[in-house]
Ligand binder design. Structure first.
Ligand code: IMP
Length: 219
């Protein structure tokens, strides 16, 4: 069994498409650390959730990163959506020279075991440090955040999708979907399957699913 820490059933359904039926929803309120790195937020959540349940867990964290706004709202996307609303975020972006943006999603996996068999570097939760994911989903040590937990390896998988922020169109999806255009259509104008096939979360889940299929059970 693999527990996906989320309150969003849609995300669980999506994860099943990549990982299989063993994914179950796990409603657990982990601490969302203030960090400008979504990898660190997800890693912290995965450790905390693993500590709670003692079985394999994944946590995801996503955000909309606008190039001309230095990556804003990024890790603060949920806050910006709640306070400004997506229309005002779009209006802010419309004033800039470029409307280019990307959605990023990081999936953090923790099962209490070690990942010595995997070639990529792994976040080992060194004291006072955390590790971010780079563009290809490998862990890096460039961005560090203090969280005071140690000893639990977490592996990070990142998915990125480039697009353009446009005035809202479409009725589907959620969050920023109506203002995020990819290949001529907003995410809100796509079916769920069409969006998943190209989305940041779909890309991160695909990488994770591939790796997880090869994963030996934790010892
Ligand atoms: P979370 O990390 O999935 O909770 O998302 C953080 C913020 O990004 C929230 O404001 C979400 O609405 C937004 N967000 C995350 N993924 C998507 C997506 O696929 N489409 C639109 N908005 C998203």
């Amino acid at each position: 069994m693999l527990r996906f820490v989320t309150t969003n059933e849609g995300k669980v359904a999506e994860a099943r498409e990549y990982v299989g039926d063993e994914v179950v929803q796990f409603d657990f309120d982990y601490t969302e650390v203030q960090s400008d790195d979504i990898g660190a937020v997800a890693a912290r959540g995965a450790r905390e959730a693993y500590r709670e349940v003692g079985e394999p867990v994944i946590v995801d964290d996503s955000g909309l990163f606008v190039d001309a706004l230095g990556g804003f709202p990024g890790p603060y996307s949920a806050y910006a959506e709640d306070t400004l609303g997506i229309e005002r975020v779009q209006e802010l972006v419309a004033r800039e020279d470029s409307q280019r943006a990307r959605f990023r999603c990081v999936i953090a996996y923790c099962d209490g075991g070690d990942f010595a068999a995997t070639p990529e570097p792994v976040d080992r939760g060194r004291r006072g440090q955390d590790v971010a994911a780079d563009e290809r989903g490998r862990a890096t040590t460039d961005d560090q955040v203090r969280h005071g937990e140690g000893g639990r390896p977490v592996k990070l998988f990142e998915g990125v999708v480039p697009g353009t922020v446009v005035p809202p169109r479409g009725d589907g999806g959620f969050g920023y979907d109506p203002i995020f255009e990819y290949d001529g259509r907003t995410f809100a104008e796509m079916s769920r399957e069409e969006k998943n096939a190209v989305s940041h979360r779909g890309r991160a889940l695909a990488k994770f699913g591939e790796w997880f299929a090869e994963r030996e059970p934790a010892d």
